[in-house]
Write a protein that binds this ligand. Structure first.
Ligand code: AHR
Length: 322
């Protein structure tokens, strides 16, 4: 009898533990580490908010680190996430190279890696679970095509056109690819030439400073191609201070399609912005949940994006969230 009782109590105990374990598992929050680049642009701020809001709405615990545009800060954050044993790592690499070691450590730890927005130059696609973002070469090509079409419509299709270029962060995917895409198109038009090109690190302040130095050279400038809108908006200030009319004396083409660019287009001070959507949060959360559930995801998901100019920017402006 005594033996029977002991057996029964042991069985009850096991059942209690099993149901407690199940309840705990059901309630266990998914923990995600996200190594963000920084807060260098309106785009980035909107991207961070999108990820934070989507994780909060889904009840995901987000450990978010702002790398302040420094690779070493991002590497440290990634290593900390490994030590903490997070369920999934989200990562937007500030530059393309120099990640081999830390990514090998993430892979060795068996933590699924989501690349958000930017990628690395590591060979192959095995090292990450999925990547979501924009096709930066396509964005550069859209900018080049828009410019060629606009000049044609202005009756300047055969004129010698001098273009100054504000590049993004040196060594970053969007800077390399937006340059490449734009050059692919202007190579088809012998009258379009990049006469000055320098990095503005994707920031408004540097966009302004570098544009000042371009203008000081005193050379003819017909077009500014900026790898993001923040640099274009900074440059607009410099152009005004130089006594010129942005959008008229100098054609301005940016990338991102942030609110400030729509306002500048509506005011006639900017001519075109190529969209690059920062609103990756919902897609990111969906990927996190699927990875935790053991699903396999597509290696690339590109955002669907448009080009805005004086013909459609005013209509879009009230709808812009960022
Ligand atoms: O990687 C996306 C780019 O990074 C955006 O175009 C730019 O504004 C940001 O800082």
């Amino acid at each position: 009898m005594k033996q029977k009782c002991a057996l029964l109590s042991a069985l009850v105990l096991v059942m209690v533990f099993v149901s407690l374990g199940a309840a705990f598992a059901a309630e266990k929050k998914i923990v995600v580490g996200f190594a963000q680049i920084g807060a260098e642009s309106d785009w980035r701020v909107a991207n961070t908010k999108s990820i934070q809001d989507a994780c909060a709405a889904a009840g995901i615990e987000l450990r978010f680190v702002d790398g302040q545009q420094k690779q070493e800060n991002q590497i440290k954050a990634l290593r900390d996430f490994i030590t903490q044993g997070v369920d999934v790592i989200g990562f937007s690499p500030v530059v393309e190279s120099g990640w081999d070691e830390v990514i090998e450590e993430i892979n060795d730890a068996g933590i699924p890696l989501i690349l958000s927005d930017r990628t690395t130059d590591i060979e192959g696609t095995d090292y990450y679970a999925t990547w979501m973002g924009s096709n930066f070469i396509d964005e550069g090509e859209k900018a080049g095509n828009w410019l060629a079409g606009y000049l044609e419509r202005q009756g300047r299709g055969k004129d010698e056109i001098n273009i100054v270029e504000l590049q993004g962060t040196v060594g970053s995917g969007p800077a390399l690819d937006r340059k490449k895409g734009f050059e692919n198109i202007i190579a088809k038009h012998s009258n379009l030439k990049i006469t000055q090109s320098q990095t503005g690190d994707f920031t408004r302040d540097l966009g302004r400073t570098v544009m000042e130095s371009f203008l000081k050279k005193g050379e003819k400038i017909d077009v500014l191609y900026a790898h993001n809108d923040d640099m274009a908006l900074g440059a607009i200030q410099a152009i005004k201070e130089a006594g010129l009319k942005p959008g008229k004396d100098i054609i301005i083409v940016g990338v991102d399609a942030v609110k400030g660019a729509f306002e500048a287009i509506a005011a006639g001070e900017m001519n075109c912005t190529v969209e690059c959507s920062p609103l990756l949060g919902p897609q990111f959360v969906d990927a996190v949940k699927k990875l935790v559930a053991g699903e396999t995801l597509p290696k690339i998901t590109y955002s669907v994006e448009y080009v805005y100019d004086e013909t459609n920017a005013k209509e879009e402006l009230p709808k812009r969230q960022y």
